[in-house]
Write a protein that binds this ligand. Structure first.
Ligand SMILES: NC(=O)NCCC(=O)O
Length: 374
């Protein structure tokens, strides 16, 4: 039952747990109950017609005397590839632009201000193959490639910030490849890019064949709707990576991913959620769906979707489907970040100076661990 025949944990709970206990079970597993977002009927109809899941939830904050609510609507998109992996490269990219573009249109109807796509969204997940061709041909300029130009159009048309994780070709540095998220402002300007800091070396995720650890550090993008950052996929296993985006002021951290069931599914619901709690911010975890890795590779398993949003108080939205394309819309009041920070004080009680000192020593080759012996 761990494959594509299992729709979602939430569905199983709803079906199997008696009504009387379900509320408590949900509270313990997911935190405080979120209100459902009232989505326009035209959006729900479009989602049904186009065969994708559409869900919406609200993260509320308490009213404050001095600050008005800072409400923002965020959309996460998870999807399968559209064409077979042996179709011409440009046709595959164009088909994904069309599919995701239609989903963004529905996001716009739902009032989304910031949308984020899955890791390497313009291509099949080919990094498991270690083959160069044709996969490296999917790489594009972050500044003015086909996909960035497409996202600029979307951003302007819908007045929406677009976070677009792509395979980047960096012509200025000898045509090197990077795993990069491009951030386009709602005015249609490329605000900047954030490269994947941690490259997996686990199972068949041998991505170091394609690109090196990112060199853009931990940029935070000041958008009209809040300060956002992008911690790409494998970076979610590194608590300090989340921490650094937060230290630079991120209010929402996106985690566009591509990961499969047998490898990571049990830890998926924990990591981004824990990061939201530990860093007093919202986190948005996005995973693709489908089974296709790429042409000549052995069976890689099932990308299990389950995209979700977590809040600083530990509450989280239900996940999208494990198998279907989907759009998750969440409305969040960013005032919640400071309200939770004022309650738990992790930033104030964090002993960063002590850690910095000790880490400085720990990275020396002659480091002596502080082990007290009898
Ligand atoms: N794309 C990627 O970094 N996948 C690694 C697997 C994981 O982190 O779950």
């Amino acid at each position: 039952m761990s494959g594509e025949d299992f729709e979602s944990l939430e569905k199983v709970l709803e079906t199997c747990v008696p009504e009387a206990e379900l509320r408590e079970v949900r509270r313990l597993l997911f935190g405080k109950q979120l209100k459902k977002l009232n989505l326009p009927q035209s959006a729900l109809d479009a989602a049904e017609e186009q065969d994708f899941d559409l869900k919406g939830y609200v993260f509320e904050a308490s009213p404050e005397q001095l600050r008005p609510p800072r409400t923002v609507r965020v959309g996460l998109i998870q999807n399968k590839i559209v064409l077979p992996t042996d179709a011409p490269v440009l046709e595959q990219i164009t088909a994904l632009h069309k599919r995701v573009g239609e989903m963004v249109e529905v996001a716009a109807i739902c009032g989304v201000n910031i949308v984020c796509f899955q890791e390497a969204w313009t291509m099949p997940f080919a990094f498991c193959t270690r083959e160069r061709e044709p996969w490296t041909e999917f790489a594009e300029s972050a500044e003015d490639g086909l996909t960035t130009r497409f996202c600029i159009q979307l951003a302007k048309k819908y007045n929406m910030v677009v976070v677009s994780p792509i395979l980047e070709r960096d012509e200025i540095h000898g045509g090197t490849l990077w795993n990069t998220a491009v951030v386009v402002s709602n005015n249609g300007n490329v605000l900047g890019k954030s490269r994947k800091n941690h490259i997996p070396r686990v199972g068949d995720f041998n991505e170091s064949t394609y690109y090196m650890e990112g060199n853009t550090s931990h940029p935070v993008f000041q958008t009209q709707f809040g300060k956002i950052a992008v911690n790409i996929c494998y970076g979610r296993h590194h608590p300090l990576n989340w921490l650094m985006y937060s230290i630079h002021g991120a209010e929402i951290i996106f985690n566009p991913s591509a990961t499969v069931g047998l490898l990571s599914e049990p830890i998926w619901p924990i990591e981004a959620r824990n990061a939201a709690i530990a860093n007093h911010c919202f986190t948005c975890a996005i995973n693709r769906v489908g089974t296709v890795c790429a042409t000549s590779h052995h069976d890689f398993g099932h990308f299990y979707g389950s995209s979700y949003v977590a809040a600083p108080d530990g509450s989280r939205s239900p996940g999208l489907s494990r198998t279907r394309d989907g759009l998750l819309v969440t409305e969040m009041d960013l005032n919640l970040n400071r309200q939770v920070a004022d309650k738990w004080n992790f930033k104030m009680t964090g002993r960063y100076e002590m850690y910095a000192e000790e880490l400085k020593k720990a990275i020396q080759h002659d480091f002596k661990p502080n082990i007290v012996k009898e």
